[in-house]
Write a protein that binds this ligand. Structure first.
Ligand SMILES: CC(C)(COP(=O)(O)OP(=O)(O)OC[C@H]1O[C@@H](n2cnc3c(N)ncnc32)[C@H](O)[C@@H]1OP(=O)(O)O)[C@@H](O)C(=O)NCCC(=O)NCCS
Length: 333
């Protein structure tokens, strides 16, 4: 059954308390002490208005089954908060519609970044936020409340094109969207080590391993967001040899097909070169299929062609071999 969104009202308090209580009681150790710890739930519309924010409920047959709030923070960021959908309304699209409404409202009010906190126990919520291209962003916090809540911070750029270097926690939390980008590129014909069709589990396994390399300190993953969705990526893999402390490989430069030719590849490249310099590198190397779209991008960015190796790899359809061209770029601090 479809859900309908509408602005929340203080008079929704009974339904709000029922929804919140139901969600919290799914997790061991979580207790709701409304008057002691969350009195704002008794008049949530007034509370959000007082923070210059907004509050929505999702209704099914006239009864609230989900809710979300959003309000401005400092530095152009907005916070997404109090996102709850009752168990029997999950999978209906209600949660995505609520998050979409809150993000669109924040964007329309000039937000450039969205932040949220999520209890470390709420694993379903983490998967939901990660699907919406939020990544772990900074240190966890302990609330010292009756539920002994410890929360992960999540964030994402919300508007336009933005590229960020992902740390270990962010890389691990971005595996889903990065797998989507990789699979879309391979299925579209990109020659990036895999054959098409690339299944999601295989794509995830690749990024899981790449995130572990980041955690070991041997690589950096950069992600590009377009209006709040991860649509592109590039990785820097340190050469890792005692005699090559100054060198790294640039790999997996990917922009999902629907987001191409908007300059995202160029922004990723500039950010990757800056990050490589920051990591102490002075020489970058990459290889790419001869004649691909990427060659124009690399040449434009000042990369120098070394030469082509014939029959280096199979095309993604597994039928024919293609030549691969090597490029390098010296980085000047
Ligand atoms: C290569 C790739 C990352 C480019 O991403 P993108 O976001 O479309 O690139 P940009 O929009 O920043 O393009 C920058 C420049 O590269 C060149 N370029 C990009 N795509 C091109 C294409 N299809 N044909 C010709 N030139 C192209 C252009 O010079 C472009 O500048 P312009 O648009 O002002 O003319 C993207 O096509 C991709 O993901 N391809 C599949 C994966 C792949 O092959 N990766 C390389 C692995 S080594």
């Amino acid at each position: 059954m479809n859900v309908m969104l509408r602005p929340g009202r203080d008079a929704d308090a009974d339904d709000i308390l029922r929804i919140v209580d139901g969600c919290w009681s799914e997790y061991p150790g979580c207790v709701t002490d409304i008057d002691g710890e969350a009195p704002e739930l008794r008049a949530l519309a007034t509370y959000c208005a007082g923070r210059d924010g907004a509050f929505w409920v999702a209704e099914r047959s006239g009864t609230p089954v989900g809710m979300i709030c959003a309000w401005p923070l400092a530095d152009g960021a907005w916070e997404l908060a109090k996102m709850y959908v009752q168990a029997d309304a999950r999978g209906s699209g209600a949660a995505h519609e609520l998050a979409e409404a809150a993000e669109a409202h924040a964007r329309a009010h000039g937000a450039v970044r969205m932040r949220l906190w999520s209890d470390t126990r709420f694993d379903r919520a983490h998967r939901f936020y990660e699907k919406r291209s939020y990544v772990r962003a900074g240190a966890i916090r302990a609330l010292g409340d009756k539920s002994n809540s410890i929360e992960y911070p999540y964030a994402k750029p919300l508007a336009g094109v933005a590229v960020e270097v992902l740390d270990a926690a962010a890389s691990a939390s971005a595996v889903g969207p990065l797998a989507r980008v990789l699979a879309a590129c391979v299925d579209d014909g990109a020659a990036v080590s895999f054959l098409a069709p690339l299944d999601h589990a295989q794509a995830r396994a690749f990024w899981d391993e790449q995130a572990r390399t980041v955690a070991r300190g041997d690589a950096a993953i950069l992600a590009a967001w377009l209006d709040g969705d991860i649509v592109g990526t590039v990785s820097i893999i340190d050469a890792g040899k005692p005699n090559q402390p100054h060198r790294a490989d640039l790999t997996k430069m990917l922009v999902t097909p629907r987001a191409r030719r908007r300059g995202i590849g160029r922004v990723l490249m500039a950010a990757a070169e800056a990050e490589a310099l920051r990591r102490g590198h002075r020489l970058l190397v990459l290889d790419t299929r001869a004649g691909g779209a990427s060659e124009a991008l690399y040449r434009q960015a000042g990369w120098v062609e070394v030469g082509a190796i014939p029959d280096y790899a199979l095309n993604p359809d597994g039928q024919e071999f293609h030549a691969t061209v090597y490029y390098y770029k010296r980085l000047v601090p």
